[in-house]
Design a protein around this ligand. Structure first.
Ligand SMILES: C[S@@+](CC[C@H](N)C(=O)[O-])C[C@H]1O[C@@H](n2cnc3c(N)ncnc32)[C@H](O)[C@@H]1O
Length: 761
C-alpha cells in the first residue's frame, strides 16, 4: 500500500540507532580533542589507494549490479557558514579539534589522490604544511563524476570546517554544506604560492573558452561547459557579440542542468543589450516555461513571433504554453496520454510536460496541527483538489536510482530507499534555484533551529541539515503509477539485488521512491481522511474522497491505516511527532483493552491464512469455513455503526477470503462478501433509474477497488451482465479517486473485465 512515507517505527531500527548512538557517544567524548593518530603521509595514501584499488572512482548504482549499499548517517548537525570568506581566519589540519565546526576559520587544502565516491566524494588532502587528512564532501551534483568534482591536485577552501571521527574509527573533515566549499581554479590569487603551477599556461582568451565550452556541451558535459563559458565571460567586453554568445550558450547549458533561474538571468542580460535577440527571447521563454511561469513564457514568445513569425519552435512552444495555461485554470488534463507516456519512460528518468493545478483549496491555520489545507467551496466526491508537480522526485523505478539507508540520529529517523539521493538532489536544486527554494524552506521542519542568512559571498547558503529535516517531515513515499494493470503499483515491484539487500537491513521490509510536492505537504494527517493522493509520473494528484463542505480541513493519511490504533499512534508519533486525534483514533482509543486485543489477535490469525493463497484449490477450500468464522469474529468486535466506525481492519482478511471463494467458484458468496465489506466500510448503495448509485461514500483505500472488481466479476459469473455493468460504472467513480483519473480504468482493469465477459462501455 502506498504510504505517505515510511514511518520506520523506532523499534524496527533499534539495532542501527543503538549502534549509531554508541558511535555518537564515543565521538562526543572526544569533542574538542586533537586527533589521536596522526597519519603518516605515505602510509595513509598507500592504504587509501590499496583499499580503492580497482574502482573507477564511482561505486556504481542500483541498476549496475555491483554497487555497495550506501549508509548515510547524519548526526553532527551543525549550521553552514553564513559569514563572508574575507572575515575568516586561516587554520591548519593540526589546529582542528574533533566534533567541532571551527567557527570563524577556514582551511586551505589540496587533493593528493584521486577521489572515490560512496555517498560522499572522498579524498585525501594536504594543507600547506604537508599534513594530510581524509576529506568527505557530501551533496555534490550526482551527475558529475567524482574526478570532475575533486581531481587530484585541486586546491580548495573549506569554510568553518567540521572535523569528526569516522564510523571506522579514523578522522575526517566532513563538508555537508555545498556553500561551505570553494573550489579554486589555477588563476585564483588565494592559491598559496607553492601550489601555483610553475609553468605559466598561455593566456586563454574568451574565444578559446567559448570553443572549450562548446566541446563540453556537445559531449553533454553541461556543468563543465558552464564553467568554460563563465571563464570566457570574465574577460569579454560587456555587450560585445562574443559576450552575448557566451551568455546565450551558458543559458542553454544551464537549461540542460535544470538551473532555470540562472538560465533566465543570462538570457535577460543578453536581452538588455539586444532586446529582440531571437535566441535570447526563446531561451528566456524556455526558462520561464520550465519554472511553470506560463504567462511570462507567453509574453516572450509573442514578442519573438512578432519579429520572427517563421520560428517554428516558438510557434510550437506557444501552442504548448496555451495548453499549460488551460490546465492551470481548469484542471483538465489528457490523463490517458500522460499515463502512457509514463509507461514509456521504462527505467529512464522522466518528467511530464504539464502545468500545476491548484483547485478549490487554500493554506490556513489548523490550530495545534500548525498549518493545513482547507476547501474554499463545497466540494463533491471525486473533485480534483490538486495536481501538483514534484519539486523533486527520485523514483526507484529508474535504472540508476540510488537505494541507500539514511539515518538521522539527531531526529531519530531512518529510511530505506531513495531518500538519501533525494536530499542530495534537493540541495542542488535549492542551491541553483534560490527563488524556487523559498517555497521549500517554508515547509515544516520540526524543532530544527534555522540559521539566518540566505546569501554569502554572492552565493546561496544551503543548510543541508535543514533540508534533511524538511525532507523527513514532508517527503512522500511514491511510485510512478498508483495502479499498474489493475493492481496497486507497488505489488508489481521486482526487487533488484541492492533493494533486496536494503530490505534485509531494514526490518520494516520496505524500500521506496520518494519526493517532495510543495502544496500537498500542507495537508495534515487523518486515519480516516477526506482526500486521497495518487501518483502519475512526477505528478501528485489529490481528489476528494467524500463530499466536503466549504472551509473544512482537507486530510490525507500518512500511515498504513489497516493497523490498530496503538500502532498507528506509534507510527505518527515516531515519524511526525504528533498523536493523531481523528475520529477513528478517538473511537478506537476509547474501546476497552479487551476489545482492542481481541480484534488484534483475530486479525493476526486471519492474516496468517495468506500462506494458503499459493496452495492448491483443495487446501484453500478447507480454509474457507475457519476464515468466515474469523471474519465474523472481527466484525463482532465493532459496536458502533459502520458509517461512524468503518471496519478497516477487515479489508485484508476479506481480500484473502475473496480469493479463496473465487477459487472455489462460489460467485454468489463472492458478491455477498464484497457487498458486506463495502457496507462495513460505510458505503451505502441503492439502485435508482437503472443505475447503481453510491448514496454514501465510505472509507476509501486501494484495496476497496479489489472489492468492487470482485463484485463485478461475481455478477458476471452468475450471468447477470446488466448488474455487473452497473457496478462497473460505480467502480469507475471510485477508481478515479484512487488512481487520480478515470481515463485509464479500462487500461488498468480491461483484462479483468474481458475475462469476466463484462462489456467495456
Ligand atoms: C507534512 S507536515 C503538514 C503541514 C504542517 N501542519 C505545517 O504546518 O506545515 C507534517 C506535520 O504536520 C503536523 N501534523 C500533521 N497531521 C497532524 C495531526 N493529525 N495532528 C497533529 N499534527 C499533525 C505534524 O507536526 C507533522 O509533523
Amino acid at each position: 500500500m502506498p504510504r505517505y512515507d515510511d514511518p520506520t517505527p523506532e523499534d524496527q531500527w533499534l539495532y542501527y540507532f543503538k549502534r549509531g548512538e554508541k558511535i555518537l557517544k564515543e565521538a562526543e567524548a572526544r569533542k574538542g580533542q586533537k586527533r589521536l593518530n596522526k597519519p603518516q603521509r605515505w602510509q595513509f595514501i598507500f592504504e587509501y589507494n590499496l583499499k580503492n584499488r580497482g574502482t573507477t572512482g564511482e561505486v556504481g548504482s542500483a541498476g549496475s549490479g555491483g554497487r555497495m549499499v550506501g549508509i548515510n548517517i547524519a548526526y553532527n548537525e551543525h549550521p553552514p557558514c553564513i559569514v563572508p570568506f574575507a572575515t575568516l581566519e586561516k587554520k591548519f589540519i593540526d589546529d582542528l579539534r574533533l566534533e567541532i565546526a571551527h567557527r570563524g576559520s577556514y582551511i586551505m587544502l589540496r587533493a593528493v589522490v584521486n577521489p572515490i565516491k560512496y555517498v560522499s566524494v572522498t579524498t585525501i588532502a594536504e594543507d600547506e604544511s604537508g599534513e594530510v587528512e581524509l576529506v568527505q564532501i557530501y551533496n555534490q551534483d550526482d551527475r558529475r563524476s567524482p574526478a570532475n568534482v575533486m581531481p587530484e591536485g585541486q586546491v580548495f577552501i573549506v569554510k568553518e570546517p567540521y572535523f569528526k571521527t569516522t564510523s571506522e574509527g579514523g578522522t575526517s573533515i566532513r563538508v555537508d554544506h555545498v556553500s561551505d566549499i570553494i573550489f579554486l581554479d589555477g588563476e585564483d590569487e588565494r592559491i598559496p604560492e607553492k601550489w601555483r603551477p610553475r609553468i605559466k599556461l598561455l593566456a586563454r582568451g574568451s574565444l578559446d573558452w567559448k570553443d572549450d565550452g562548446n566541446r563540453f556541451y556537445k559531449g553533454k558535459q553541461y556543468f563543465e561547459a558552464t564553467q568554460c563559458y563563465t571563464k570566457g565571460l570574465e574577460t569579454v567586453e560587456p555587450g560585445s557579440a562574443l559576450d552575448i554568445v557566451l551568455l546565450l550558450n551558458r543559458a542553454q547549458a544551464y537549461l540542460e542542468l535544470g538551473y532555470n533561474e540562472k538560465a533566465l538571468a543570462d538570457a535577460k542580460k543578453a536581452l538588455y543589450y539586444e532586446p529582440l535577440n531571437q535566441k535570447a527571447l526563446y531561451r528566456s521563454a524556455l526558462a520561464c516555461y520550465e519554472d511553470g511561469d506560463y504567462e511570462s513564457t507567453k509574453t516572450q514568445l509573442v514578442k519573438l513571433l512578432k519579429e520572427f513569425p517563421e520560428n517554428k519552435d516558438a510557434k510550437e512552444k506557444l501552442l504548448r504554453t496555451f495548453r499549460r495555461l488551460q490546465e492551470q485554470r481548469t484542471g483538465e488534463y489528457e490523463f490517458l496520454k500522460m499515463r502512457n507516456e509514463v509507461k514509456e519512460w521504462g527505467d529512464k528518468r522522466g518528467k511530464l510536460d504539464c502545468a500545476e493545478y491548484v483547485g478549490p483549496v487554500r493554506i490556513g491555520d489548523a490550530g495545534g496541527k500548525g498549518r493545513g489545507l482547507f476547501t474554499t467551496r463545497d466540494v463533491k466526491f471525486g473533485d480534483l483538489l490538486l495536481c501538483s508537480k514534484a519539486f523533486n522526485v527520485c523514483h526507484k523505478e529508474v535504472a540508476n536510482a540510488r537505494i541507500d539507508i539514511l539515518f538521522n540520529l539527531k531526529a531519530k529517523k531512518g529510511q530505506a530507499g531513495t531518500h538519501s539521493q533525494l536530499v542530495q538532489e534537493l540541495i542542488q536544486v535549492l542551491y541553483h534555484n534560490p527563488k524556487k527554494a523559498k517555497g521549500f524552506y517554508e515547509l515544516h521542519s520540526g524543532d530544527y533551529q534555522r540559521v539566518r542568512g540566505e546569501m554569502v559571498d554572492g552565493l546561496p547558503v544551503v543548510d543541508s541539515h535543514l533540508v534533511m529535516r524538511i525532507m523527513l517531515k514532508n517527503s512522500f513515499g511514491c511510485q510512478r503509477l498508483s495502479f499498474v494493470d489493475g493492481r496497486p503499483g507497488d505489488l508489481f515491484e521486482e526487487k533488484t539485488e541492492v533493494e533486496k539487500m536494503v530490505t534485509e537491513m531494514s526490518p520494516s521490509g520496505t524500500t521506496g521512491g520518494s519526493g517532495i510536492w510543495i502544496m500537498p505537504s500542507y495537508i495534515n494527517h487523518s486515519c480516516w481522511p477526506n482526500s486521497i493522493r495518487s501518483f502519475l509520473g512526477n505528478l501528485l494528484i489529490v481528489r476528494a474522497a467524500r463530499d466536503i463542505p466549504a472551509g473544512e480541513e482537507i486530510t490525507m493519511t500518512y500511515i498504513d491505516n489497516e493497523s490498530g490504533v496503538q500502532e498507528r499512534q506509534k507510527a505518527s508519533y515516531s515519524g511526525w511527532d504528533f498523536s493523531c486525534e481523528c475520529t477513528l483514533c478517538e473511537i478506537e482509543a476509547a474501546e476497552s483493552q479487551e476489545v482492542q486485543s481481541k480484534r488484534q489477535s483475530l486479525v493476526e490469525k486471519a492474516l496468517k491464512f495468506k500462506v494458503y493463497l499459493n496452495q492448491s484449490v483443495q487446501k484453500t477450500n478447507s480454509r474457507i469455513a475457519p476464515m468466515i468464522t474469523l471474519i465474523k469474529g472481527i466484525e463482532a468486535t465493532y459496536s458502533k455503526p459502520e458509517f461512524i466506525h468503518p471496519r478497516v481492519r477487515l479489508l485484508s482478511p476479506t481480500n484473502i477470503l475473496q480469493t479463496f471463494l473465487v477459487r472455489a467458484q462460489r460467485p454468489p458468496d463472492v458478491f455477498l462478501l464484497a457487498r458486506q465489506a463495502l457496507n462495513g466500510l460505510g458505503f451505502k448503495f441503492t439502485t435508482k433509474g437503472g443505475k447503481v448509485v453510491i448514496e454514501r461514500y465510505g472509507y476509501m483505500s486501494y484495496p476497496v477497488m479489489e472489492l468492487f472488481m470482485h463484485a463485478i466479476t461475481a455478477e458476471a459469473m452468475m450471468g447477470d451482465l446488466w448488474t455487473a455493468t452497473l457496478w462497473r460504472n460505480a467502480a469507475v467513480d471510485v477508481y478515479e479517486v484512487l488512481a487520480g483519473e478515470r481515463e485509464s480504468f479500462i487500461n488498468a482493469f480491461g483484462g479483468v473485465l474481458l475475462e469476466a465477459g463484462v462489456p467495456f462501455d
